[in-house]
Design a protein around this ligand. Structure first.
Ligand code: ZN
Length: 294
């Protein structure tokens, strides 16, 4: 029998009032295994993508949205692109593009070695007729967490600390953000409380963030027990790709006919989803109607 309590693939919101902070703890287990399966990523790429998945989940969960949150990271290094998206229902998926021969000779696994120079962009798409939120920042930091922290500091003026970890099979993410000072609170005290909170959060080890046997709430208690941590209802995460034959067909319909014709090999077009590796085959009458639209 499985326990009804949610203890994996989740976002755990929390608040530590004496430190003047709120935060999110993300744990990814089976959802990450599903996200990575069938992709044949080198271990170093899988770990980077796992960290990016944890980052996408902490960032998405800090926003109020109804739709799709996308994290896209591009660089000029051996890993040229990471794409992750998280729906407001908790469906997530992602993939990495990389050059295998450039990965083999690497002597470092940090952001400058793997991604090089580039940018990290966040978008929130809430459907037609709504404004798209977009944030963008240069890749300036040794870790993806540091790059995202820089974004909040410069663009949002929001003090933030982010820790990410992935061991290739499991990933974890911890983000804390400073709350507005309490009414009547001495600014120096508030600053000191926040700094203490960041030190406590930063004491989380990579092994603890990915430890399957350490439940999320227990980890938060371990980190913030002196100040007391208030936890809210966790939210589930799962791997789920939204691709479909109909979406592939709609995408192809948007291309000029001569470009679609160029994609035909042996009287068919094969399109493989980068997120889940599902291959869709377009042939026969549907292909004919793509090539000879009315
Ligand atoms: Zn797919």
């Amino acid at each position: 029998m499985t326990a009804p309590m949610m203890d994996d693939d989740l976002i755990q919101p929390f608040q530590v009032e004496p430190c003047g902070l709120r935060g999110r703890l993300v744990r990814l287990g089976p959802a990450l295994v599903d996200l990575l399966s069938g992709q044949d990523y080198p271990p170093v790429v899988a770990r980077l993508l796992g960290q990016a998945a944890a980052l996408a989940a902490v960032l998405a969960s800090s926003l109020k949205y109804d739709g799709l949150f996308t994290l896209q990271i591009k660089g000029d290094g051996p890993v040229s692109m990471l794409v992750l998206d998280v729906s407001s229902d908790g469906d997530m998926r992602g993939y990495a593009r990389f050059e295998r021969d450039r990965i083999d000779g690497l002597d470092g696994a940090d952001v400058p070695h793997l991604l090089g120079a580039g940018q990290m962009a966040f978008t929130v798409d809430q459907g037609a007729d709504t404004e798209r939120y977009q944030g963008i920042t240069e890749l300036e930091g040794a870790t993806l967490g540091e790059c995202a922290q820089a974004y909040f500091r410069t663009s949002e003026q929001l003090e933030t600390a982010i820790l990410l970890a992935c061991n290739g099979e499991r990933a974890g993410g911890l983000m804390v953000q400073r709350l507005p000072d309490a009414a009547g609170e001495d600014p120096d005290d508030a600053e000191e409380n926040w700094r203490r909170g960041v030190i406590l959060a930063s004491s989380a080890k990579a092994m603890e963030l990915t430890d399957e046997s350490l439940p999320a709430q227990q980890l938060l208690l371990r980190l913030f027990h002196e100040d007391g941590v208030r936890v809210y209802d966790p939210r589930p995460l799962r791997f789920n790709c939204r691709c479909s034959y109909e979406k592939v067909e709609a995408t192809l319909k948007a291309f000029p006919v001569d470009q679609v014709a160029d994609m035909v090999v042996d009287d068919r077009i094969e399109v493989t989803c980068e997120f889940c590796q599902t291959t869709y085959v377009m042939d026969g009458t549907p292909l004919k109607s793509l090539l000879e639209p009315e």
